[in-house]
Design a binder for this molecule. Structure first.
Ligand code: PLP
Length: 396
């Protein structure tokens, strides 16, 4: 059946790919060993440094984010190494499972999946590790399953306060290009990123930004690696080339995405995300529904996870909205299955797209018979229409 109009892709990534990026990807595939390719490769690699906020090496893999997770671990660690991981939600849990499968020994700081990483708990655990057996601390910056964002400078400060030499590994797969992030300034050793969220690209590229300390660790790290090995990549990347066939057309798109982010200005991009998140939460509260993230200081600018009233199915609501209104919302993952729906408000997104999204949800709540109060969309309109509020959110 033909479905007129555009699909609303309001999952928290992949996000909607703007036409400008689709047109860039549409260029003819080039010879990746040709003289011209080196220029494209260097533009992509240098451009990504400005997005990560780093002067050090950035690695680009033709892989989804999971590949870059694995790369961060196998390049820096050895079999049996202890890693301290904060289980903030499903993605932190998956990273932990991956570490287990690689033969590492994760130590878990658990949460109730309604809050971000607890820097005090990290500091306490590191202080207790007087033998410095913990080799790395792994934190998901923006937990896409819950809509909670962790304070990375606070985690860095916790490691420093404990005077602990562990590496700091941060997953920014759903925050990079949407939430303020500074690899060098915040003292992160490996930052993991992905293409399909704030970078507005299709899925298929992922990244490691690598500190000097992480690079030094890779010299002695003994986990087996070949495809993910930083050494060969960095050597080939110096002239803009790759040790194996890169995802050429995705690199065209990546260069375009970096240009678009800088044209808008990263600060403006981050402020736009915060403002849309605030309007979304206002709508949710007006409906009388509960945001999953419990602490305002942890609210994600990228997505909002909404709890269903007792006895109501998030998947039934999502199903009605998908089939009748042509909009995808994120599902509840892991232990949150059917308990929450997730609203993505990230990437190439504006006020009217947000209002369309919220309208679809308000209509869906009616059609699915979910108890709620009216007026969520109107509250969001009032907030977005108010120039003063806009200025305040920008300054926040
Ligand atoms: N980490 C986070 C925070 C994510 O949101 C995702 C995917 O959504 C991943 C890791 C896994 O990435 P991928 O599905 O691209 O392999």
């Amino acid at each position: 059946m033909r479905r007129p109009g555009r699909h609303f892709l309001q999952i928290p990534g992949p996000s909607t790919v703007p036409d400008r990026i689709l047109r860039a990807i549409d260029n003819p595939t080039m010879d990746h060993r040709s003289p011209e390719f080196g220029d494209l490769g260097r533009r992509a690699l240098d451009g990504m440094k400005t997005i990560f906020g780093t002067e050090s090496d950035v690695i680009i893999y033709p892989a989804s984010g999971t590949g870059a997770w694995e790369a961060a671990l196998v390049n820096t660690l050895s079999p049996g190494d202890r890693v301290l991981m904060c289980e903030t939600g499903q993605f932190a849990w998956l990273w932990q499972r991956l570490a287990n499968r690689l033969g590492l020994t994760p130590e878990i700081i658990e949460t109730d999946w309604r809050q971000a990483a607890d820097a005090d708990a990290i500091e306490a655990r590191l202080r207790a590790d007087t033998g410095h057996e913990i080799r790395a601390v792994c934190v998901v910056h923006n937990e896409t399953s819950t809509g909670c964002t962790s304070d990375i400078p606070a985690v860095r400060a916790a490691i420093d306060a404990a005077n602990h030499p562990a590496l700091l590994l941060v997953d920014t797969i759903s925050s990079l290009g949407s939430v303020d992030y500074r690899h060098d300034e915040w003292g992160v050793d490996v930052t993991v990123g992905g293409s399909q969220k704030g970078l507005m690209l299709p899925p298929g590229l992922s990244f490691n930004a690598v500190s000097g300390k992480a690079l030094a660790a890779s010299q002695t790290a003994a986990l087996p690696r070949s495809f993910w090995d930083w050494g060969e990549m960095i050597a080939a990347n110096k002239t803009g080339y790759f040790p194996y066939t890169p995802a050429t057309n995705m690199l065209y798109g990546l260069v375009e995405a970096i240009d678009m982010l800088h044209e808008e200005g990263l600060e403006a991009v981050f402020a736009r995300h915060r403002r849309h998140a605030a309007a979304t939460r206002l709508a949710v509260e007006t409906w009388g529904l509960e945001v999953l993230c419990r602490m305002p200081e942890h609210y994600s600018p990228v997505l909002t996870a909404v709890m269903m009233p007792e006895g109501h199915s998030a998947d039934a609501l999502r199903g009605i909205i998908h089939s009748q209104l042509n909009m995808s919302l994120g599902n509840g993952l892991g232990r949150l299955q059917d308990r929450v729906f997730r609203i993505g408000h990230l990437g190439d997104f504006n006020d009217l797209m947000l209002l369309g999204t919220l309208s679809g949800i308000e209509m869906g709540l009616v059609r699915a018979g979910v108890p709620h109060r009216k007026g969520g969309v109107q509250a969001a309109i009032d907030l977005l229409a108010d120039g003063a509020a806009q200025a305040t959110t920008r300054a926040a």
